[in-house]
Structures are given as C-alpha cells and as structure tokens.
Design a protein around this ligand. Sequence first.
Ligand SMILES: NC(=O)c1ccc[n+]([C@@H]2O[C@H](COP(=O)([O-])OP(=O)(O)OC[C@H]3O[C@@H](n4cnc5c(N)ncnc54)[C@H](O)[C@@H]3O)[C@@H](O)[C@H]2O)c1
Length: 321
Amino acid sequence: MDFEGKNVLVTGGAGFIGSALVRELLKENANVYVLDNFLSGSRENLKECEKGITIIEADVRDKALADIFSKNDIEFVFHLAAMPYIPECYTKPAEFFEINAVGTLNVMLACKKAGVRRVLQYSTSEVYGTAKYLPMDESHPINPHSTYATSKVAADRLCFTLYHEQQVPVIILRQFNTYGPRETHPYIIPEIISQLSRGSTLHLGNINAKRDFTYVCDAARAAIELMKHKEAEGQVFNSGYGKCWSIKEIAEIIAEIMGVHDLKIVVEKQRLRPLDVQVLEANYFKLFRLTGWKPKVSFEEGLQKTIEWFNENGKRWPWEK
Ligand SMILES: NC(=O)c1ccc[n+]([C@@H]2O[C@H](COP(=O)([O-])OP(=O)(O)OC[C@H]3O[C@@H](n4cnc5c(N)ncnc54)[C@H](O)[C@@H]3O)[C@@H](O)[C@H]2O)c1
C-alpha cells in the first residue's frame, strides 16, 4: 500500500514531529490535511509546504471532528496532537489529561463515525518509566512517572480497548525521544544547542539521565511505514534509535560539533525533575520485522543537521523569540 493520492490527516501537524511527518507524507504524494489548534505548533513550521496542504484550525476535543473527517473524505489519521512537554504538566495536570486522554477518545470515536480506514496513535516511551531491562521492548512494564506519561498511558489503553470493543482500526506507536529542526519546547538537545551558541558554560539538570534519540525525519518515516500495514492494527510498536546516551555525553558531542573547546557544566538543583526517568533505550525489532524500518540518520549527523537549522534560523528556538 502507498499514500499516493490518499487523503491523510495529521492532528498536531503544525508541531515539531507533526510538521516533519507532513513533509514526509508530501514526498509520498499524499493529499495532506493538518488539524491543529496552534497551542504549541505554528504555521511557520509548515512555511514552505503550506501551498500543498490543507490546514484546518480545530481542537481535537471538538465534537464536530467526525464531520470534518467525513467532509474531507479522510482515509488515514496520524494522531499526534497533545501537550507533550513534561515540566509543564507539573502545573497543568488537568489540561494534559483533557487534551491527551479525552482528546484521543474523541479522535478515535470520530474516526469510527467517519469510517476512517486506519488511525495511528502517537504514543511515547515515557509510558514505560525508567528501564527495568535494556533495550526496552513492547512487553516492558508500564510505570509512568509524570502526569504527561500517565495521560499517554490512558490514551494508549483507550485505543487498545476501542480496537477490541468498537473496532476502531488503530495502531499504537511508542516513540522514544526525538530531536531535530523546528523543536517547539525547551527539551534537552535544543536547550544545549541554544546555551552553547551563547557561551561555553552549560546550566543543566540531571546530566546522568540516559535517553534514546531518533532524528525527527526517521521518526516520521517509522509512523508512515507502520501505517501501511493493516496487520499492525490493534498492536503496539516501539520506535527509537536503539542506543542511549547520557545528557553529559550529549553535551560533549554537541560542544565538539559547535567547536566549543572549554565546555563547563553547572548542575542546577531547580532544573531537576521530580521522579525523573533515569534510562530509556528502545528495542524496535518488532517494527523492523514488520516494516523493515530502521533509523538512517546517525546521532552525530542528526545533531549536525539540527545545529545547521538552528544557525540558519536566527539562532533562536520559537520559545526564545
Ligand atoms: N518530542 C518527542 O521527543 C516525543 C517523543 C515521543 C512521543 N511524542 C509525542 O509526539 C506528539 C507530538 O509531539 P511534539 O514533540 O511534536 O510536540 P508539539 O507540541 O510540537 O506538537 C503538538 C501539536 O499538537 C497541537 N495541539 C495541542 N493541543 C491540541 C488540541 N487540543 N487540538 C489540536 N491540536 C493541538 C499543538 O499546537 C502542536 O502543533 C505528541 O503526541 C507527543 O506525546 C513526542
């Protein structure tokens, strides 16, 4: 199956991963629709592809979602819209649940009502909590550490149940950490790049935490390849790079690429997260076995591309403008 000429909708398509997914879908010659309320995403993220796509400004909690899908003959839905930035959930737990869990329920029921052929729930490795064994496969225990992760567990489980109970044709993809151009929140990689563009001293939190990082275009391709497989419906798949780096190691690699030779790292207590996840590393073999997908962009290459993008775009991330 391919997406040529098919009507494909991306919720959260104006965001960081969503806008990369839109670009990859355009390469597949899909008719791309973006549904976004621009909470953290922006039209700017879709700048050079805006002419080839249809942008619908709407909220995933909108009760008229099924009508939007029907009116546009939507065949496939990638559901990415969410509040994803963990530090924000400490002050807005109810909003995280409203959008990430209740919003997902609304999207899934709208897909059913509108007769959407297949929908992909974009989940996260955060549902697992810190690793009990490495690398982490889909059978790893679920132990969310934040309200964000808990809201995504609720959404995941809801999708699994709706597949069995309501025959919603949904696939669940648990993506490990992602990085690249057009980041929308001060995650660790954009934060390090930004700080090192201004000087050689980094102010960071937990530098011993380890994460598995996938370049955003590879992450987008994983979702596209998985969506092509009907047999994936009702199942959970991991996507990631398959290797983890500590924040300290990442800082050193970025410093090297940016030509910072006198790197100093200051650990600040106020940057430490309550109940932080210590280690995440993906086992994506199930996804590879079904689709043949594996990451193409090495970590160093991806960081290089991200830094280039940052330099070419005013050396400021959106939240710094
Ligand atoms: N960034 C990562 O490393 C990562 C890793 C794993 C999973 N995820 C998941 O990927 C998805 C996208 O995250 P991202 O990192 O691109 O963040 P993002 O904030 O850039 O993207 C979220 C998008 O959803 C939109 N949105 C938010 N609330 C909405 C609502 N009520 N209705 C319609 N649109 C709404 C935002 O405007 C934004 O465009 C999320 O579901 C997140 O949980 C992200």
